[in-house]
Design a protein around this ligand. Structure first.
Ligand SMILES: [Zn+2]
Length: 122
């Protein structure tokens, strides 16, 4: 293996920006960081690497894998909950923050509930 994560064991690898951007999708954090030092790296590829590094760092901090499946950290209560529709509202196939328990306690949500209750009163 060389220091250039784009190259395979035989020293061959993608050279064009488009092909390298495609390759970055499979890089882990160490490979992404090493790739930033590749001489003559295209700006678009560097941007893609920075974006993937941010994503991987976020996942390392906010996702964890248990024997029951993937769990996601809630941005509000900081607890990990199963990453599914029972614990998080879904949009576009992805869990939305915060978790359902925290969502119910949001001030905007509480105000709406209070408003609805007031309207029901005679
Ligand atoms: Zn929460």
């Amino acid at each position: 293996m060389s220091d250039n994560p784009f190259l395979n064991d035989h020293g061959y690898g993608p050279q064009s920006a488009a092909d390298r951007i495609y390759a970055v999708e499979r890089f882990d954090l160490d490979e992404c960081r090493a790739a930033l030092d590749v001489p003559g790296l295209q700006k678009a590829v560097a941007n893609k690497l920075h974006s993937r590094i941010r994503k991987l760092e976020w996942e390392a901090e906010n996702l964890r894998h248990t024997e029951l499946g993937q769990e996601l950290r809630c941005t509000k209560c900081n607890d990990f909950w199963p990453d599914d529709k029972e614990f998080y509202f879904q949009a576009g196939g992805r869990s939305q923050q915060p978790c359902k328990a925290c969502y119910a306690l949001l001030p905007s949500r509480a105000a709406r509930k209070a408003g609805a209750a007031a309207r029901v009163q005679p």
